[in-house]
Design a protein around this ligand. Structure first.
Ligand SMILES: Cc1cc2nc3c(=O)[nH]c(=O)nc-3n(C[C@H](O)[C@H](O)[C@H](O)COP(=O)(O)OP(=O)(O)OC[C@H]3O[C@@H](n4cnc5c(N)ncnc54)[C@H](O)[C@@H]3O)c2cc1C
Length: 488
């Protein structure tokens, strides 16, 4: 079959584009090298829906950030992935207001109407636990937080429900074009399409080269994070940033959509684009920077560390547009604020495809709504949790993950939404099983057993962090560091 559009990469850009294209009568294929969607930068970032003042109106980043942010409320109502407008504070420890005023002016140029500069008294009302050193802040009322992987999963599920085809575990290894038809060779055979959109994230320059559509490079830059136990996010209500530097937006402190405290990222240029290991010295630095903003952060509630790799482009901006190969469109170098901008990037790509000759006839049966995920009661007393966790495999009420109170029914529901889920990690991102205090010690095998019971197949273990070869600083390493720091 010749598809109208083949999208390479199922991160937030590829999945948002797929959904947007299903508004039209088109055959759309999404081709992803990993066994699930959202396995690149989209699963490992700060999850902030940025205000839209950090980049200027003369850049795509600046223009598309605010345009994307404006779409989040409606998208959340349609897709239920998790989004809330917490507001953000960009804080300064100086009396000098100039850096904040400069960003405020830029925000106003970008079209923002919810920015104000506030002093110590107002900051304390919004954030009573913040450091006494903080003097002024740029407050953006409509900024927020979301579940980035939840959003990509929701986009993909809705796209598939509306007719897009998703091909997982299919790495594109070669691209040929003949007589206006592209042939993409992958591990799962060849795919043909009239148009190709390169949404391959940190690999987007290499994918562009395969088609002869290069002209930019990806200069990967990693960022490491510390995530703390559920409930710790109550320490603050807003996203709190520091003034940006040449390396990026700096270490931020934020609650996550699920109530954890998240701090990070730092910024280091790296050679290996896929190495998501974490490092003690870098995490110490992140921790110490965050403590300057929130002295009460308790290292003991550390849960886990992770790394995201920014697809920084050599052009300094997003690379979005037609290439010199007719029909091959780049959506590359989508670093921050790419998550926020993603709904606007998807719309821009559709209009570029239309300009390039794609026939955009509306699909009247397009359904923008996705059924909310099944959610079991989370406030059960421990005795009941204990009883339900002893039920035999195969019972929908059976609690599989005690920390997050995830039932087999929720797992079954997450596996019955049009995308084949073949890894424990995939269940984790959809239901939060294994994301709690024990980090899967109790439930990992139980999730696998439930998946086997539901599908007759054991999940692919190679994606479990313990077996993936990724080296991460674990709880004990971090506690050792805290002890040493206290002794110094
Ligand atoms: C540390 C960090 C913090 C960030 N914080 C924020 C934030 O707070 N707010 C915000 O708005 N943005 C943020 N961003 C940016 C945001 O995460 C990205 O812009 C966004 O996730 C990019 O999505 P993507 O789809 O382009 O890339 P990805 O999510 O990386 O997806 C690319 C996909 O392409 C696939 N792929 C690659 N090569 C091939 C191939 N040959 N064949 C098939 N598939 C292939 C990959 O497996 C991957 O799934 C942050 C990014 C980082 C790294």
């Amino acid at each position: 079959m010749v598809h109208d559009v083949a999208i390479i990469g199922a991160g937030i850009i590829g999945t948002a584009l797929a959904r947007e294209l299903t508004r039209y009568r088109l055959k759309v294929a999404v081709i992803e090298k990993h066994p699930d969607v959202s396995m690149g930068a989209t699963k490992a970032n700060s999850a902030i829906v940025h205000g839209g003042y950090a980049e200027g109106h003369d850049t795509l980043k600046g223009r598309l950030c605010i345009a994307g942010r404006r779409r989040f409320r409606e998208l959340e109502d349609e897709l239920h992935f998790g989004f809330t407008e917490t507001g953000s504070l960009l804080v300064s420890m100086e009396d000098d207001l100039e850096p904040l005023e400069r960003l405020q002016r830029r925000g106003i140029e970008n079209g923002l109407t919810d920015l104000s500069i506030i002093g110590r008294e107002e900051i304390m009302k919004l954030e009573p636990n913040i450091s006494e050193e903080v003097k002024n802040a740029l407050f953006c009322k409509g900024a927020g937080i979301c579940s980035p992987y939840g959003m990509a999963i929701a986009m993909a599920e809705n796209a598939v429900e509306n007719g897009a085809e998703l091909f997982l575990s299919a790495e594109v290894k070669g691209i040929e074009m003949e007589n206006g038809i592209f042939t993409l060779s992958t591990d799962r055979g060849d795919f043909q399409a009239r148009f190709v959109v390169n949404c391959a994230g940190v690999m987007s320059d290499r994918v562009a080269k395969m088609a002869g559509a290069d002209g930019f490079e990806i200069l990967p830059r990693s960022g490491e994070y510390l995530l703390f136990a559920k409930g710790t996010g109550k320490m603050l209500e807003h996203v709190v940033f520091q003034l940006p530097t040449a390396m990026g937006k700096g270490v931020l402190v934020t609650p996550t959509i699920h109530g954890n405290l998240l701090i990070g990222p730092d910024a280091t240029d790296v050679e290996d684009r896929e190495d998501t290991s974490t490092h003690k010295d870098r995490l110490q630095n992140v921790y110490n920077q965050a403590k300057k903003l929130y002295p009460d952060i308790k290292g003991e509630s550390f849960l886990r560390s992770f790394t995201g790799i920014r697809a920084r482009s050599s052009t300094g901006d997003f690379v979005i547009g037609p290439s010199r190969i007719r029909g091959f469109i780049n959506a590359a170098g989508i670093q921050s604020p790419g998550l926020t901008a993603s709904p606007a990037i998807a719309s821009l790509l559709v209009s570029i495809l239309g300009d390039e000759g794609l026939n955009l006839e509306p699909e009247v049966s397009f359904n923008p709504f996705r059924k909310p995920q099944e959610l079991a009661r989370k406030d059960l007393p421990y005795r009941e949790v204990d009883r339900l966790s002893r039920l035999p495999v195969g019972s929908r009420e059976r609690i599989v993950c005690r920390c997050e109170r995830v039932t087999e029914g929720e797992i079954a529901d997450s596996m019955d939404r049009g995308i084949e889920v073949t890894t424990v990690d995939g269940i984790k991102r959809r239901t939060r099983a294994a994301m709690g205090w024990c980090q899967g010690t109790f439930c990992r095998e139980r999730i696998a057993a439930a998946m086997e019971d539901l599908t007759g197949k054991l999940p692919d273990g190679s994606y479990d962090i313990e077996r993936s070869g990724v080296s991460r600083i674990e709880k004990n390493d971090f506690l050792d560091f805290l002890k040493a720091q206290k002794e110094d």
